[in-house]
Write a protein that binds this ligand. Structure first.
Ligand code: PEP
Ligand code: MG
Length: 502
């Protein structure tokens, strides 16, 4: 619906019909294929997966325009496992979960909407299997292990027994977890931690409450820019921020300014750099292109009266950058004031700690910032000099490296000393293994991927702060990530189902 509602799509289709004198079917198919082309140029795998959504919308629109019927999977009337080359997100959404026991597809990735929808429906799924559909005959028996991403063809009786037990354990755990949605995120000895969500799109706001989260710890706004790179988009941005703030009010929504660059470039800003992750990225672009920064600040400030907005700056390496952003912020506030537009004058300004410059220099940053959020995805890559997207060095990308952990601990302790709010929004917060360590540091917030909220909450509720602090002391003395992982695994044993650790 949101794709169809996009004013650019509607305008482009209308323009083509009027200017090129073509029929609606032709105009729609042209406009949508241009969007698909645009998406294909984006390097980010998550964005690439969105191509399936656009194609899906296109197919449905065409079948409406042409009056052709689509085959519907809702009519499945007996339990089965579905194997196909590909599955549209909308087909997946309509699968009857009581009939489709699992599915496996040749296409798709971990972050594809098909996989996301499967998870929210609770249907076991494995995607991206390349050529399974060709190998399987109707009537064969399959086991679909969505946790470990395995499909077993014609399993033997032992495998069937093992997986029946695993399934029961999983369903029991899910039941317990679901009960926790309304509960607070508190350890057995009363330490309360905020549990919020990382989101990329404004329409995810509704899900945050459903999963039991309290607000947004990271709104990756650059996706707005990637979707409409050439627009003067203040209004689109304003609507997106306003929506999230209104839905979650009074819980805080941390809006990060565009983290463009690295692997996220809208065409018009693409530079020629040998090392884009060390180049023109995030706040550096914003400060060099103040019109982009100020448009975003204006949209955020205008939206700030609809809830509790906090402003987060990505990839800060120098306190001067914070001061410069604050100057832009004051100028934008002044011009809004002159126009009589209201905004939240007290909106907090914080930084992402995702470079060694920010973590080791945190004491230099703190006098200028209201809060801090640790981005372990980049902190790991910049600390270990390992490109987070390169398959060649993937095995060296290790957030459990003792030096990464020491930096996290240092930042949290300095923030605590200065009485500054500190959270973590890197992927690490979503990993059950890391959660006790982060809790033991007594951080203020964990911001995690949406579907992980219930798991993380249920884990926090069975651990104690005292034991977690001891774990932190031991972990910080470990000499290798192997030792670290051993300590963390030992700690969660019996507290979180081992079979669910991926
Ligand atoms: C991070 O670097 O940890 C982070 C949360 O930001 P992103 O993943 O968007 O770079
Ligand atoms: Mg980052």
């Amino acid at each position: 619906m949101l794709i169809l509602d996009d004013p650019t799509i509607q305008r482009d289709v209308r323009d083509r019909i009027i200017n090129d004198l073509v029929n609606a079917e032709y105009a729609v198919s042209k406009v949508l294929s241009e969007i698909v082309e645009r998406f294909q140029k984006i390097d980010d795998p998550y964005m690439k997966e969105r191509i399936a959504d656009v194609r899906d919308v296109g197919r449905r629109l065409m079948s409406q325009l042409l009056g052709t019927e689509r085959e519907v999977l809702q009519n499945v009337d007996h339990p089965l496992v579905l194997v196909s080359k590909d599955l549209d997100p909308s087909d997946t959404m309509n699968l009857p979960p009581d009939m489709v026991m699992g599915f496996a597809t040749d296409k798709g990735g971990r972050t594809s909407h098909t996989a996301i929808v499967a998870r929210s429906l609770g249907i076991p799924a494995v995607v991206g299997l390349r050529d399974l559909a060709e190998q399987i005959q109707p009537g064969q028996t399959l086991i679909v292990d969505g946790i470990h991403a395995h499909v077993i063809v014609d399993p033997d009786p032992e495998e069937v027994l093992y997986y029946s037990q695993l399934r029961k354990k999983y369903l029991d755990t899910e039941k317990t977890i679901a009960l926790n949605a309304e509960e607070s995120t508190v350890t057995t000895d009363g330490f309360q931690i905020e549990l919020s969500a990382n989101i990329e799109f404004s329409q995810e706001a509704e899900q945050v409450r459903r999963y039991g989260g309290t607000g947004v710890g990271l709104f990756r706004t650059e996706y707005l820019k990637l979707l409409s790179p050439n627009e003067n988009d203040e209004e689109t941005q304003f609507q997106a921020y306003k929506h999230v703030l209104q839905v979650l009010d009074p819980d805080p929504v941390i809006i990060r300014t565009f983290d463009l660059g690295g692997d996220k470039f809208p065409g018009s800003l693409q530079g020629e750099e040998a090392n884009p992750f060390l180049g023109w990225r995030a706040v550096r672009i914003g400060l060099d292109r103040p019109e982009i920064m100020r448009t975003q600040l204006r949209a955020i400030l205008r939206a700030s009266v609809f809830g509790k907005a906090k402003l987060l700056l990505p990839m800060v390496t120098d306190v001067g950058q914070v001061r410069e952003v604050r100057e832009h912020l004051s100028a934008v506030k002044a011009s809004l004031g002159e126009r009589g537009v209201s905004y939240d004058d007290g909106m907090e300004v914080g930084i992402m700690v995702e470079t060694p410059a920010a973590s080791m220099g945190i004491d230099l940053m703190l006098p200028e910032v209201d809060f801090v959020s640790i981005g372990t995805n980049d902190l790991t890559q910049y600390t270990l000099a390992v490109d987070r997207g390169s398959p060649y060095v993937a095995k060296l990308y290790d957030p459990y490296h003792p030096v990464v952990l020491r930096q996290i601990a240092h930042v949290v302790r300095e923030c605590t000393k200065a009485d500054t709010w500190v959270g973590i929004c890197g992927q690490m917060a979503s990993e059950p293994l890391a959660v006790p360590f982060l809790v033991g540091l007594e951080m203020d917030e964990l911001s995690v991927v949406l579907p992980r909220i219930p798991d993380v909450k249920s884990l926090v509720r069975v651990i104690s702060l005292e034991q977690s602090k001891t774990l932190v002391d031991k972990t910080l003395k470990a000499g290798s990530s192997g030792e670290v992982l051993e300590l963390l695994r030992e700690f969660v044993k019996g507290k979180y189902p081992e079979v669910l650790l991926d």
